[in-house]
Design a protein around this ligand. Structure first.
Ligand SMILES: C[S@@+](CC[C@H](N)C(=O)[O-])C[C@H]1O[C@@H](n2cnc3c(N)ncnc32)[C@H](O)[C@@H]1O
Length: 330
């Protein structure tokens, strides 16, 4: 596969490694099948990453608060897992790094010898994160990689280090379907070394009304986040979506344990996408699937670790038991 490789900042701290035309190909594939779908990784262009930051501040969206509380309470125990040896702190889907900052501070105070390697598909999120690191930890050795998780994992294999600590926070794992989840965790394990650690954030199963509320916020920000996918197709691929002709629908499906998110066509319509030179037909009330957000029970987590060959080392919870940061050993 051809890829574009670019160094994005003066100090050589951000490298972008993007396979070519993946957005175009994935949109073609996703809108050609039934039911239609758009992969959730495309939420995160500059505008999408900014909207996601607004979501993290919503009262209803309990995930970042719970995640932050756990890190704040247990940071010392987490940092203690790494002994005095040099290591690489790799973060997958790092986002704005607001929560990671707590751990970076802690490792820094412990005078740990580490390199920070955040990996995120969003160039905008990575630029913000690298600024945050430069402002707060100017001496920290950092290399940000703008790419998709799997490309990032392949890159990790090439740059083999003896000791790694991987962060996969914010319940990003819940966005995979069950086959992708196994494939992801297995590939990750293969690229790591024995006794490396992986910290995974899992959103726990809980009162369904609370979950549904988190994805149906009163300000409509999550709707804006989903509609941004269509705006992105218009801007980057020459689509002619009218955003007012689509609505947003998200609901928890207890049979599979996931909040399923959709854009819904409000009328029969034809949408032309210039870069594909193709017209896509949408029926009135037809859905476009946009995202899974899986929720987990204790048993789900244990089974997943067992199936993918990791050992659960420690598990930390917030005071409301909404979320867990689970630390797995390779
Ligand atoms: C839900 S946000 C969570 C951010 C952060 N971990 C937190 O806890 O707030 C997901 C982040 O992962 C990135 N992301 C989503 N899918 C990705 C993929 N397939 N490969 C790489 N990054 C991805 C997005 O750009 C975004 O910054």
């Amino acid at each position: 596969m051809t890829a574009t490789y670019q160094i994005l900042n003066d100090e050589n701290k951000i490298v972008s490694f993007q396979p070519k035309d993946t957005f175009l190909n994935d949109i073609y594939e996703g809108l050609s099948k039934l039911p239609k779908s758009i992969p959730s990784q495309y939420f995160y262009d500059k505008k999408g990453s900014d909207i996601f930051t607004k979501i993290t501040k919503l009262e209803e969206y309990y995930l970042p608060k719970a995640s932050l509380e756990i890190l704040d309470t247990h940071k010392d125990e987490i940092a203690k897992l790494m002994k005095d040896e040099p290591f690489r702190l790799i973060e997958l889907g790092a986002g704005d790094g607001k929560r990671t900052k707590i751990l970076l501070e802690c490792f820094f105070q412990k005078k740990s010898n580490f390199t920070y390697v955040p990996i995120d598909i969003s160039e905008a999120a990575m630029s913000g994160l690298i600024k945050l690191v430069e402002n707060n930890f100017p001496l920290l050795n950092t290399k940000g990689l703008v790419t998709e998780y799997f490309e990032g994992i392949r890159w990790l294999e090439k740059e083999n280090y003896r000791k790694n600590f991987v962060l996969f926070m914010g319940s990003n794992i819940g966005n995979f379907n069950k086959a992708e989840e196994i494939k992801f965790l297995t590939s990750l394990k293969e690229s790591l070394n024995k006794d490396d650690f992986v910290l995974i954030g899992f959103d726990l199963k809980k009162d369904i009304a609370l979950i549904n509320n988190a994805y149906n916020d009163s300000k409509g920000i999550t709707k804006e986040f989903n509609l941004n996918l269509l705006r992105r197709i218009n801007d980057e691929l020459g689509g002619d979506f009218n955003l007012n002709d689509f609505d947003f629908y998200a609901s928890y499906n207890p049979l599979i344990g996931s909040v399923e998110s959709y854009l819904i066509s409000l009328k029969d319509q034809n949408i032309y996408i210039k870069e594909l030179d193709k017209t896509f037909n949408f029926k009135k009330w037809e859905p476009i699937f946009t995202e899974h957000s899986f929720k987990y029970s204790e048993e789900d987590i244990k089974l997943l670790a067992y199936k993918t060959g990791y050992k659960i080392e420690k598990q930390f919870y917030d005071s409301k038991h909404f979320f867990t940061q689970s630390i797995w050993k390779v």
